[in-house]
Design a protein around this ligand. Structure first.
Ligand code: SF4
Ligand code: FES
Length: 358
């Protein structure tokens, strides 16, 4: 019997508005417009409900959460509820006074995105002059004594700068560096052929990452997220569906994972219409792939099913049209050929398209 535990964390996507145009954006093709975003009062109610439900970590994300003028109020509220509040930001719009105010209100942690090792590449990949803002943001975070995580999405157009980006994170005095190969959801999926790293790039990255982990141990935690298409087994996505985290999209849609809007067969619910606790425990969407009862062969009897939970439901749906299928990344999946075909396709010629409104 599966007993559903309360969620530990909530990703609150305050807005889809964003000053960057990253080609690897995992937000859906169709973004929520400003007019459809939850109001301040509605977000405050979401935070109250989340805390009551058991949530202890609130990640304020987007889009760019700094685009919401009510961000200070939301930080205060989440922090007064006793939550650990993280800001997931591009750094654009983070001025000294704005940041000091957020810290006063209880902000506990900042995760900053980095697109490249130098201004030229980083600005090219962000589609705007972003790099200098990031250096400033990192300085502000460290000067305030807050922990800083740097997040780098790796792909074919920046893998060659891996060493430079590790050096940049060191220069920023990051406490944690996440080097994550692109996951192909939302906008990133349409750019997959251009973003997928090559086998050579991944082979070259491995010793660089290993050396950095060793050298920086105790100073900066380095986490490497593999390019799962090249792996024999899928990632344990979301630590299992509806198991530990929930996401609230800018319009109040509650998602079992940030990419769940990709599963068009899933009927999603909204905090405007149903209490968060009911959605977590009783909704069709959260219960659809919880535990193991939904699994078919080969997952149902597989010795790895409690390790990877059958992989990622969104990826299964995107590649096979069936969200209950074994993640096709798995070498035991009858659909692994779909992933191999993608890897064999001639690459290099295709250009990526910068993130646009739709
Ligand atoms: Fe994981 Fe299913 Fe593959 Fe087994 S068959 S390794 S449970 S995805
Ligand atoms: Fe949705 Fe993996 S991204 S389950």
């Amino acid at each position: 019997m599966d007993v559903t535990q309360p969620p530990l964390g909530m990703l609150a996507e305050l807005t889809h508005r964003c000053p960057l145009h990253c080609p690897y954006c995992s937000n859906p093709l169709e973004l929520v417009t400003r007019a459809n975003e939850l109001s301040t009062a509605q977000w405050i109610s979401v935070f109250d409900q989340a805390r009551e439900l058991g949530v202890l970590q609130v990640h304020l994300s987007g889009g760019e959460p700094l685009a919401r003028p009510d961000l200070p109020e939301l930080v205060s509220h989440a922090s007064e509820l006793g939550c650990y509040v993280s800001l997931v930001t591009s750094g654009l719009g983070l001025t000294e006074s704005r940041f000091a105010d957020l810290v006063d209100r209880g902000l506990a942690h900042v995760q900053l995105s980095v697109q490249g090792a130098d201004a030229e590449r980083a600005n090219l990949l962000a589609g705007t002059k972003a790099h200098d803002h990031k250096l400033t943001a990192a300085r502000l975070v460290k000067a305030a004594g807050l922990p800083l995580s740097v997040n780098v999405v790796l792909h074919r157009a920046n893998h060659d700068q891996l060493e430079g980006m590790i050096a940049l994170a060191e220069q920023m005095e990051a406490d944690r560096l996440e080097l994550a190969n692109t996951q192909f959801y939302g906008w990133a999926l349409r750019n997959r052929d251009a973003l997928l790293p090559t086998r050579e790039q991944l082979a070259a990255a491995e010793p660089v990452v290993r050396a950095a982990i060793e050298r920086l141990r105790g100073r900066m935690q380095v986490v490497y997220v593999l390019s799962d298409y090249y792996e024999p087994y899928p990632k344990p996505c979301m630590s299992g569906w509806g198991a530990q985290q929930l996401t609230v999209a800018p319009d109040g849609t509650v998602l079992p994972c940030p990419a769940a809007t990709a599963i068009t067969t899933l009927s999603l619910e909204n905090v405007r219409e149903r209490p968060l606790a009911e959605i977590w425990y009783d909704s069709e969407s959260f219960n659809a792939y919880r535990g193991e009862d939904w699994m078919r062969e080969p997952c149902r009897t597989c010795d790895r099913r409690s390790v990877d939970f059958g992989g990622c439901r969104c990826q299964a749906f995107q590649l096979t049209g069936d969200a209950a299928a074994t993640d096709p990344v798995c070498e035991r999946s009858p659909d692994r050929g779909l992933v191999d075909l993608i890897l064999e396709a001639p690459s290099g010629a295709s250009e990526f398209v910068m993130r646009g409104p739709r």
